[in-house]
Design a protein around this ligand. Sequence first.
Ligand code: UD1
Ligand code: UDP
Length: 394
Amino acid sequence: MPEFSDSMSQIKLINIVGARPQIIKASAISRAIRNYYSKDITELIVHTGQHYDKEMSEIFFDELEIHKPHYNLGVGSAGHGRQTSLMITGIEDVLIKEKPDCVLLYGDTNSTLAGALAASKLHFPVIHIEAGLRSFNKTMPEELNRIMSDHSSTLLFAPTNAAFKNLMSEGFRPDNSPPYTINNPKIYLTGDIMYDNTLFFAGLAEKKKEGFLEKMSLGKNNFVLVTIHRDSNTDDIDRLKEILITLKSLAEENDIVLVMPLHPRTIVSLKTRLKNLYDELKQCASVKIIPPVSFLEMILLEKNCRMIVTDSGGVQKESHFFRKPCLVLRKETEWIELIKNGTATLVDADTEKIRSEFVRLYTCNVPFNYPGFYGDGKTAEFILSEILMMFGNV
Ligand code: UD1
Ligand code: UDP
């Protein structure tokens, strides 16, 4: 690990988080700062408040040992414009007060976009982790957030070959020389910090959550893990209905349980617009709808399930980390290496596709191959060493 303390001054880094996956991602950076760079980097955490239920936010700070947010903007839920503008205003105030050396953003949520706009317009250098991912579907709010965040950034860390190539095809040049700025950004091909997290927390989950599966009467390979939260599925009632009815009948036919830690957004749609189906699912012995679980609990579910069905970006990748076949409830994905590998498959909300791919992956006896697409588990350390190289002399 490079030593910086003697030659460089301490830098102040502001992390912007807001949604569940960003809090989990930030834990990889926090851990690497604690372990290797505590003399070199002061880290502040700004939580926009986009997610606020205990099981969507606080639980991760406690479990993953992240410092409590230094600022919580308490923005909460609202339409895109209102939510993002409140975040921008709040982040701007913090940046003006704290004057950080750089602002670190994760992923593609409205909190990411707000951080990108607030920081870049005040000329604070933006660092984007998970840069370059593209679905090529601009009707997804996340796709607009990704593009705008990347184009506001100075350092861009792409987690996959495909993401790095996407940046190049949008005009980012791999051969730029320092000093790097928003007009002369630096792009990197790194691994994925969520792979760092999986390696770090997988063993801990077994110890700290002993008995979790047994309490739910779950055992190795006797359940399918399902998550659904993407707005294209939750807000389109026909799609949500088709997915849930198809999965329920597959579970019954194959005598297997569906475990569904459902996002509050999905529960709201079920309760308000699909009440009868919701009641039917709650009565069904093959379906366990549960509240969102902690990350360590999620790891145990992922590690022990037979198969994963999801529309989540993070959970798709975790299916690969835990070597589980995965049905992706979307038309397209940013993690295209999983699809090319054949272990994840796009089924949209299409009954026939869900059925045929479920049966194919469920009954396949040939062992699947899971190549190491996502780095060496030390991506956070690499990112921080580059940040220090760049900002350590300021
Ligand atoms: C957001 C991100 C999405 C990410 C997801 C991770 C955007 C545009 N979307 O989607 O990219 O995959 O987070 O989980 O930023 N709600 C609660 N309690 C909470 C949070 C949300 O009840 O703590 C409910 C509210 O009804 C809210 C709805 O969920 O209106 C949607 O929340 P929001 O943060 O707007 O978007 P997500 O669907 O969570
Ligand atoms: N996750 C969790 N508990 C849950 C569902 C998901 O800890 O009940 C974790 C999951 O393991 C992954 C991350 O949350 O690391 C993914 O977040 P989400 O699916 O909300 O968003 P996305 O990745 O699609 O943006």
